[in-house]
Design a protein around this ligand. Structure first.
Ligand code: ADP
Length: 627
């Protein structure tokens, strides 16, 4: 019970006496003007806590004092803490024993300043200062100046007093509930509770005129709880203290307030920080920080030898954000500077750093994506452009090939045309005879038809070679078949040049995806080069071999080997460079076009010399599918 009591003091009932008392204390306090001499050591400050270390009200205030003192002195201070435990051991015997014990303990380390938190500590140090802290400055804190006056403290004791103004708390409630019509004030039955009620009656005399006011007093805890549950919604409830109920049951006031608030039908306010988190909306209170600062500043002034006088710890409006929400009260109506406790930070407050970082990343990503898209568009445009160029060049290359092969093609055409003419002549002779052999004529006509077909095939191969296309004609085809059709085109030229043309076909299908005519053009380029390279070789040794295989890496390979002069090793790579030629009338473009075509379809081309003489060119293309 005592543990709250020390922190729940009445406002000054006898204002003039208190004012006088405060003035008196201030004057006396200033008088000795710190004759304290601290030489060759850091100052010692002893903080006396009235209870044990579990009591938040005093330990938190003490912690605030310690932090402030350590900050202000940069750690150059000796702080001692003693928990007097006087609420559990209030007996005079314990107090005496504690006094003797501490006097002995601090015999060699007398404190320069003693900070007595709470009424019991103040009484304790007043009684024991001679033995425990002779010559030390005594600062008391955590209760009202009127209580100090009643305690009759030694004249040189200075105080950091906490006044509890119920009117300020009531005004905060009025701001939050402008529509309220009823006012209820709750107070218990102990002597302290009753005197608090009397003080509140006086302090609220004017304020309560605007409300239908009821004092809920002389009730049992159950009656308090029941009455609070039946209040009209437009009520303001002010909770003072309930140390005792009508039945004489003792309470820690905030526990009693908590019980009442759980089922209350209207918001409850109270003038103590310790009530926060116990079901009250808030009130005008002395915060631990405020108390800590006032006490520490007094202590620092005392240590510095400055004149000191009594001070009042400033009050703050404090509200529990959860209770505001519970009762639908707008935080906008809180008094300016009010502190909201238990307020969930907004999404922005909680995650502003992450949000800014995420936005920055998204923006950066967006920029990169836009950049990539632009780059992709550019690349596509460039690819289209280079594809068109390639098509142009390949077409020119095809035309050149057709030109180079024209002699042999003409020769190839001559054969069926000559045969057609001979057969036609023979048929005419047979028809002029007396008994024409119709069967023979029929046979001749079949031959003519076949020769015509051969001529037609030669022409259509030429047409394919010369046809111009605006786009790549992607198709899947068997590399073996393209090789065969290229051989057909080359056969006449090979014959003309005395080259033995042979083919080794892979035993399986080699499906590739490309433009068929382009791949055929690569074969024609490589084959005509090979035949050129064999010009100096004796006719019997001129051999051109086209071979298709499946590589170990499951790719389609075409090799074209000859028995020509080969390529100087250092030139094996250069032959693919544009305009590299060793021929008097060469352009040096055939191999570079071949490489451009092969790479367009994801393949590779390279040259090597065969150990037995001659060169071999290999083309590898990815398989369009397996199997
Ligand atoms: P061009 O045939 O107009 O010279 P290419 O690019 O087709 O242009 O060939 C470049 C050069 O590569 C040829 O001039 C020749 O020196 C060399 N070359 C190409 N194929 C062979 C081959 N099978 N054997 C020896 N040299 C070759």
């Amino acid at each position: 019970m005592g543990l709250v009591r020390n922190w729940t003091m009445r406002s000054c009932r006898l204002g003039w006496l208190a004012a006088f008392c405060c003035m008196f204390l201030g004057v006396v306090a200033a008088a000795p003007s710190m004759s304290m001499e601290i030489v060759g050591r850091v100052p010692r400050v002893l903080i006396l806590y009235p209870y044990d270390e579990r009591i938040a009200a005093t330990t938190e205030a003490g912690e605030a004092v310690r932090t402030r003192l350590l900050d202000a002195t940069k750690g150059k201070i000796d702080l001692f803490s003693e928990f007097l435990d006087l609420s559990r051991f209030p007996e005079a015997e314990h107090v005496g024993r504690m006094g003797r014990y501490l006097s002995a303990k601090y015999a060699d380390r007398r404190p320069d300043v003693v900070l007595a938190l709470g009424e019991e500590s103040a009484r304790f140090i007043s009684a024991n200062r001679k033995n425990l802290a002779d010559g030390a400055r005594i600062i008391v804190a955590g209760f009202s100046s009127s209580t100090a006056e009643e305690m009759d403290l030694p004249g040189d004791v200075i105080g950091a007093f906490s006044e509890f103004h119920i009117l300020k708390t009531a005004e905060m409630a009025r701001e939050l509930q402008p529509e309220a019509r009823h006012l209820f004030i709750i107070g218990g039955s102990s002597e302290f509770d009753r005197s608090w009620l009397a003080t509140a009656r006086a302090d609220l005399a004017a304020f309560s005129k605007s409300y239908e006011t009821t004092y809920l007093e002389d009730l049992t805890i159950d009656e308090f709880t029941r009455r609070a549950a039946e209040l009209p919604r437009d009520s303001i409830v002010l909770a003072l203290t309930i140390f005792k109920d009508r039945d004489g049951r003792n309470f820690i006031p905030r526990e009693a307030v908590k019980q009442i608030s759980e089922t209350a039908s209207a918001p409850i306010y109270g003038p103590y920080l310790t009530y926060i988190d116990y079901g009250v909306v808030g009130g005008s209170v002395v915060t631990f920080e405020s108390l800590g600062k006032t006490v520490a500043d007094l202590a620092l002034d005392a240590l510095a030898g400055k004149p000191t006088s009594n001070r009042e710890s400033p009050q703050s409006y404090v509200a529990d954000a959860r209770e505001l929400q519970r009762w639908g009260l707008s935080e906008k109506n809180l008094p300016p500077g009010a502190i909201q406790m238990f307020k969930e930070p907004t999404f922005w407050e909680q995650y502003w750093l992450a949000t800014v970082a995420a936005l920055a990343i998204i923006t950066a990503q967006g920029t990169v994506i836009v950049g990539l898209l632009v780059e992709r568009r550019r690349r596509r445009a460039a690819e289209t452009e280079s594809r068109h160029r390639l098509l142009e060049v390949v077409h020119l290359n095809q035309s050149a090939t057709a030109g180079a092969l024209s002699a042999s093609i003409a020769h190839e055409l001559n054969q069926p045309l000559g045969a057609i003419r001979s057969n036609a002549e023979a048929a005419a002779v047979i028809l002029r005879s007396e008994r024409p052999d119709l069967e023979l004529i029929e046979q001749i006509l079949v031959d003519i038809q076949n020769d015509d077909q051969r001529a037609h095939d030669v022409i259509s191969r030429m047409r394919g070679l010369l046809k111009k296309r605006g786009e790549i004609d992607w198709q899947e085809f068997d590399l073996n078949d393209v090789t065969t059709s290229a051989i057909r085109i080359l056969r006449g030229e090979a014959e003309r040049r005395g080259v033995v043309l042979s083919a080794n076909r892979a035993p399986r299908e080699l499906p590739v995806r490309a433009d068929r005519v382009h791949v055929q053009q690569v074969i024609l380029n490589l084959a005509t080069n090979a035949m050129d390279a064999m010009l100096d070789v004796v006719t019997t040794e001129r051999r051109l071999t086209l071979e298709t295989t499946l590589t170990k890496e499951s790719k389609a390979e075409l090799s074209i080997s000859d028995t020509g002069r080969g390529i100087p090793d250092e030139q094996l790579a250069s032959v693919f460079e544009p305009f590299y030629t060793t021929k008097p009338t060469g352009t040096g473009l055939g191999l570079s076009i071949a490489r451009a075509i092969v790479e367009t379809y994801g393949g590779k081309i390279w040259a090597a010399n065969r150990p037995e003489g001659g060169a071999v060119f290999r083309v590898v293309l990815p398989l369009a599918r397996n199997g």
